[in-house]
Design a protein around this ligand. Structure first.
Ligand SMILES: [Zn+2]
Length: 364
């Protein structure tokens, strides 16, 4: 598998776009000739002192494109008479800055962290939000991508993780996919997203704090020991390859939840060997296909990569993906209601062992 050809371009309003092509000799259009409004006003992040979390306030996102018809899709390639976000008439994989970003711009260095007494702390919502299109075909799905294309997507994740990590003020890079109307996607074209946050997310902070405490107590790595415990228990394993293990976690929150770990501890996607990438390109779509087959057809899901933060606690991190779906039965969804939304106290109606055994029974 050769390296992908990377071509950088600029969109009409100054946003960056990067093509990742599988063949030599393709000529991608790098000048966007549309007339676009100037970018929306930047968002802000506000600190919630009760939960010690940041919340992005991005009012401009209310005006973003919502479920356009297929022939008005902004993620399809441009055709004669209709220019989209992608200037070329074809592409393999493309990443570009979101037109309606929750985070944008570069940290000016003015943000000084948390002033002690002030409870109402607001900072510019700097960072980066990018869209990654997996295919020029409007109705493609990650679960059906050939492994050669998944490898191209992996290369795009690695390339953009490196690029976003270098932006001043970005503390964490998050590659993810929201799939399905039930999850709230506003564009149905096969795509994922990458966020460069200007802070460490509270979930990552909690995980790394747990890992730090475990290391102090035992001298061992928490993530590696969880993986070893799941492999030993066997009952929640969904699939294994030589380098990867997929399992339903012991304390799964969602009725359909699968975690995918490399057997070797690595910090981020760019640390994966070519062999590990090749196996990932097989096992990840296969897990999604099992999830689809479980309830017959499409399944709404969130697929979330956990990578090491840019600056802090890097040695504690363990790259892994968490896939979660609210599907609990054909035609039925779990909603995050009172206990989950108001108290962060999850109640899962499907036992993790039942979910794992059902997923395992589906031919990979
Ligand atoms: Zn499309």
């Amino acid at each position: 598998v050769g390296a992908r050809r990377v071509t950088e371009a600029l969109l009409a309003d100054g946003r960056e776009l990067v093509y990742f092509d599988e063949r030599e000799g393709v000529d991608r259009i790098v000048h966007d000739t549309r007339r676009l409004d100037s970018p929306p006003p930047p968002s802000v992040v506000r600190h919630d002192p009760l939960l010690d979390e940041w919340v992005a306030i991005a009012g401009h996102r209310q005006g973003r494109t919502y479920l356009p018809l297929a022939d008005e899709c902004p993620l399809c390639p441009s055709v004669a008479g209709r220019q989209t976000e992608i200037p070329s008439t074809d592409y393999d994989v493309v990443a570009f800055e979101n037109r309606f970003p929750a985070f944008a711009g570069v940290d000016s260095g003015a943000s000084a962290g948390l002033p002690g007494e002030d409870l109402l702390v607001e900072q510019p919502g700097t960072g980066r939000c990018e869209v990654v299109c997996y295919s020029s075909k409007h109705d493609a799905a990650f679960s059906a991508l050939p492994s050669s294309r998944v490898l191209t997507v992996i290369e795009a994740w690695v390339n953009r993780t490196t690029a976003l990590s270098r932006l001043p003020g970005v503390e964490q890079v998050f590659c993810f996919e929201n799939r399905g109307l039930e999850i709230g996607v506003t564009l149905q074209h096969a795509h994922g997203q990458i966020y460069g946050y200007p802070y460490l997310t509270s979930r990552t902070r909690r995980m790394l704090n747990s890992a730090a405490r475990y290391l102090e107590r035992t001298g061992r790595d928490l993530f590696a020991d969880i993986l070893a415990a799941e492999i030993k228990a066997e009952t929640r394993i969904v699939a294994r390859s030589g380098a990867w293990t997929a399992f339903v976690p012991f304390a799964a929150r969602w009725p359909l939840e699968v975690h995918l770990y490399p057997d070797r501890q690595v910090r981020e996607l760019g640390d994966l060997t070519m062999l590990e990438r090749a196996e990932l390109a097989e096992i990840l779509p296969a897990i999604l296909r099992r999830m689809e087959a479980l309830y017959g057809g499409s399944v709404p899901y969130i697929a979330a990569w956990h990578q090491a933060p840019v600056r802090v606690s890097r040695d504690l991190a363990y790259l892994h993906m968490e896939i979660m779906s609210p599907r609990r039965a054909p035609g039925r969804l779990k909603f995050l209601a009172g206990s989950e939304s108001a108290m962060d106290a999850w109640i899962n109606d499907v036992s993790p062992e039942t979910a794992a055994s059902a997923l395992r029974a589906i031919p990979g």
